[in-house]
Ligand binder design. Structure first.
Ligand SMILES: Cc1cc2nc3c(=O)[nH]c(=O)nc-3n(C[C@H](O)[C@H](O)[C@H](O)COP(=O)(O)O)c2cc1C
Length: 265
């Protein structure tokens, strides 16, 4: 997949370069262009399309929906408003240099406690980290594991050069964990649903988030991650979010694949 760029419309503001999670784009001579690797690295997330004020970018997937004036700040949860909330949720990877207070995060996490859980188990527990040094330390532990995986060399180099490919300089992180014991078969699903509630609620507090997939998967493979978290032996980390006040605004809803539906009648 590569991105179609209309260079007549492109104003070279680099917003698309900034939001692309896969480094597919760059600016040369005042215009955006695909990188050589874009065909292989583009994940068709549509972030570039959604952020561009000039409609200069497109993907060959589907039509882009306009948000326009239908966004309302008043959430009395009509069908339309929920649709907007669901469709305008974006993975936020660029944050203002602004701390997220514990009080704000507690408000959000309390909402997440209303997520459904199997057998109403409500076993999800949360960890909040808003200390920059601690976030860097955790990223370093994850990178230490990545040092053993040759295909992740670029991420290691990025980290060693001072970047943060794991948590994208987010001012805070939230992780969920719960017991893995027999009888709690749905722990991972429960944590995931609760985290989804949290992610959807965050924009109501002017916050944005992005799932911390690397930390989630490597916590299962590399014991020092769980040692950092200091969670009980019988618990597993299931989800993680990077959270902060977004420094980018999206203007459109990116395209998505068509519904795949089998009807059995
Ligand atoms: C389980 C999961 C793990 C993810 N891990 C990461 C990650 O480690 N880093 C990242 O930048 N984005 C991560 N993402 C974000 C996806 O890339 C993103 O949801 C997808 O491209 C769609 O874009 P959108 O969230 O803006 O709609 C993850 C998303 C999910 C659901």
């Amino acid at each position: 997949m590569s991105i179609n760029i209309n260079t007549d419309l492109c104003c070279g503001d680099s917003l698309c370069v900034k939001v692309c999670p896969a480094n597919c784009l760059s600016v040369a001579d005042g215009k955006v262009k695909n990188s050589n690797a874009a065909r292989f690295t583009c994940i068709a997330c549509g972030q570039c399309i959604a952020v561009c004020p000039k409609d200069a970018l497109s993907l060959d997937i589907d039509k882009v929906s306009e948000i326009g004036e239908t966004i309302s700040s008043k959430m009395d949860i009509t069908k339309e408003q929920f649709e907007i909330l669901a469709k305008t949720r974006r993975s936020i990877r660029n944050y203002k240099d602004k701390e997220v207070s514990l009080e704000t995060m507690k408000e959000a996490l309390e909402l997440a406690c209303f997520a459904p859980t199997a057998k109403n188990g409500q076993n999800t527990e949360w960890i909040f980290i808003n200390n920059k040094e601690k976030i860097r330390e955790l990223a370093g532990i994850i990178i230490d594991y990545m040092r053993t995986v040759p295909s992740l060399k670029r991420m290691v180099q990025h980290f060693d050069a001072g970047g943060d490919p794991i948590f994208r300089n987010a001012p805070c992180l939230v992780f969920s964990h719960c017991p893995t014991e027999v009888g709690n078969h749905y722990g991972e699903i429960d944590c995931t649903i609760a985290t989804t509630y949290l992610e959807l609620f965050l924009p109501c507090l002017e916050l944005g988030a992005c799932w911390a997939g690397f930390a989630m998967s490597i916590s299962k493979l590399y014991p020092p991650v769980n040692e950092f978290f200091n969670i009980p032996k019988e618990h597993s980390i299931y989800t993680g979010l990077m959270i902060g006040y977004p420094s980018t605004k999206y203007k459109k809803i990116p395209p998505r694949k068509h519904l795949r539906l089998q009807i059995i009648d």
